[in-house]
Design a binder for this molecule. Structure first.
Ligand code: TYC
Length: 111
């Protein structure tokens, strides 16, 4: 149900906004979290590109764009997810980086 739908049901109630708890539960959106990559001086660029492709499902051009964004500005956004998904992505990135002995840092930021 969209805000528009709520507005039209509002009209059916003589202009009074009546939101059933059920409706509120259905329309509530879960909080979202950004997954960020941080720059460092040691992780190879091609490793970061692979992470962006394999874990964040980015295409080649987009993966390169994000990697250079991180490299130049210090951080970049890999994607926005619900909390569980975002935490799992961070764990996968960190595990893969440590397995390959890279210091790559990946963090969450609440939107
Ligand atoms: N700065 C790294 C280098 O020059 C590349 C890099 C990019 C590292 C993005 C981390 O999140 C990162 N090899």
């Amino acid at each position: 149900m969209t805000v528009k739908d709520i507005k039209s049901s509002e009209e059916k109630h003589d202009g009074l906004l009546v939101l059933e708890p059920k409706t509120l539960a259905k329309t509530a959106r879960p909080p979202l979290y950004k997954v960020l990559l941080l720059n460092d001086d040691y992780t190879p660029m091609d490793f970061v590109v692979c992470i962006l492709k394999d874990i964040f499902h980015k295409g080649h051009e987009e993966a390169i764009r994000i990697m250079f964004e991180v490299h130049k500005s210090g951080m970049g956004i890999c994607g926005t997810f619900t909390r569980d998904v975002a935490e799992t992505k961070v764990e996968h990135v960190t595990a893969e980086a440590r397995k390959n002995e890279h210091p790559l840092q990946c963090i969450l930021e609440k939107e």
